[in-house]
Design a protein around this ligand. Structure first.
Ligand code: PMP
Length: 454
């Protein structure tokens, strides 16, 4: 948890103490609710992550609207966290709300077909490329199903992922690369699956290691984000990386799964369209149904042929009675048809440009060796002077207390950032004034933390 370069450790400690105290004093109702929750929830939080987030008392949201959150203690926040892209379109986008309102009362789950399903799978094909599509309840499930299909299609059991990637709550990907090889993620026990046997890991952008790992021909699929977004920074593929990745996977009979879950802010066809990628399988979820739990996976004609044979009879392990319900699919149709438009992306990009400029200007003014990363409507920064090449170099994690301090500083003044990474997302409902406000507060916070040398 080292202090990032350029920051005065004493000032950081003082600011953090003060902001924690301020937060606690301002949230008595949330604190009482947490104590009540402790009797029926692990850590007194509905998801264990919340317990690891910066605020000493969880942010307890009464209501969310626009790109704003309203808490139980009466505070209002601009929400740049947007549920880690799950709420990318804002909390009450009119087109999504209208579609959901209209569908409620006409059936939420039926386990039967509807014209909306066909419209959605045709549209996913048009935008992202793969011809055949299936429905799941989450992005985690989309990745789980994609891996299952890849194993079934290739007859191989191992998978390969990039170090420190996150692909959802999957047993096979709860692993990291260390000098001693692949080990279970810190804090995760063997999880019932021995990741040392099932999972190969190389660093992002390391084509030599990738080539070596795939050479034995025992890997069913490479599961990859097209641009790494997890782990606190945007990590871009180097020129030629995707072409080489596609080439080596083809040569070794390995399938390529592109996980677009967090890269939808890159453009209306994700990075797959932006970069002209041609994966065998593609997965996504989160914002795809505008807040109704849903995921989808797309597959090539070859994978579809294998999957088709596999699912002719029996349970297959690919279904859920809760997947592809008309409520979720209607919401998907609204998202794809009315929200993921060029205008939406132009707005998100314009605001992200402004946010990035504000942060970069402060960093430059104070001569801080930090790097601002950007992917469409997403902005984040890493405490490294150059753009990170892989996520391994960001560990052991520098600046955890700095991220906590900034999160609390902002939240005590009405701005919520991503609680894990500090990243910001722009939604179509985010206003320019919100971004302006962030820029001013960021300047004040860094001034205080550096001693105002800038
Ligand atoms: N893939 C990626 C790249 C993700 O970042 C996440 C979640 N952060 C997931 C998959 C899983 O999404 P969910 O938790 O909604 O299942």
């Amino acid at each position: 948890n080292a202090v990032p370069p350029g920051i005065d450790p004493d000032r950081l400690a003082r600011l953090l103490d003060r902001e924690r105290l301020t937060w606690i004093e301002a949230h008595p109702k949330a604190a009482a609710l947490r104590e009540r929750a402790r009797r029926s929830q692990l850590h007194g939080t509905p998801q264990h992550w919340i317990n690891q987030f910066p605020p000493p008392v969880p942010l307890t949201v009464e209501r969310a609207a626009g790109a704003r959150l309203y808490d139980t203690d009466g505070h209002e926040y601009v929400d740049f966290g947007l549920a880690g892209t799950a709420a990318l379109w804002g909390h009450d986008h009119p087109a999504i709300v209208a579609a959901i309102r209209d569908q409620v009362g006409k059936g939420s789950v039926t386990l039967w077909s509807h014209e909306d399903h066909v419209w959605v799978t045709e549209e996913l094909h048009r935008r992202f490329g793969p011809p055949f599509w299936g429905f799941t309840v989450s992005a985690s499930d989309a990745n789980r199903f994609a891996l299952l299909l890849a194993k079934m299609a290739t007859g191989r059991q191992k998978i390969l992922m990039f170090n420190r990637a996150y692909h959802g709550s999957l047993e096979q990907t709860a692993a990291v690369l260390t000098p001693d090889g692949v080990v279970p993620q810190p804090g995760v026990e063997l999880n019932g699956v021995d990741v040392r046997e099932t999972t190969k890991i190389v660093e992002f952008n390391d084509l030599d290691a990738l080539e070596k790992a795939l050479a034995p021909g025992d890997v069913a699929a490479v599961l990859a984000e097209p641009v790494m977004t997890n782990g606190g920074a945007v990590i871009r593929p180097e020129p030629g990386f995707h072409a080489a990745l596609r080439d080596v996977t083809r040569r070794t009979g390995t399938l390529l799964i592109i996980d677009e879950t967090q890269t939808i802010p890159a453009g209306p066809g994700g990075c797959t369209r932006e970069f002209g990628l041609n994966p065998d399988l593609i997965t996504m979820g989160k914002c795809i149904a505008g807040g109704v739990p849903a995921g989808v996976y797309g597959m090539s004609a070859e994978v579809a042929a294998a999957a088709s044979a596999y699912t002719k009879s029996g349970d297959g392990g690919l279904g859920s009675t809760m997947a592809s319900g008309p409520l979720a699919v209607r919401a998907m149709r609204a998202v794809l048809g009315e929200v993921m438009t060029e205008e939406t992306y132009a707005h998100m990009d314009r605001l992200a440009d402004r946010y990035e400029r504000d942060v970069s200007a402060v960093i430059a003014r104070h001569d801080l060796p930090w790097h601002v990363g950007r992917l469409g409507g997403r902005v984040s920064f890493a405490f490294t002077p150059d753009p990170p090449r892989d996520a391994g170099e960001l560990y052991p994690r520098v600046g955890g207390s700095m991220r906590d301090a900034l999160w609390l500083y902002m939240a005590n003044r009405g701005i919520v950032l991503n609680a894990m990474s500090g990243a910001a997302l722009m939604s179509p409902l985010t206003a320019e004034a919100d971004v302006e406000r962030h820029g001013a507060l960021f300047a004040d916070a860094i001034n205080e933390l550096t001693g105002g040398k800038g």
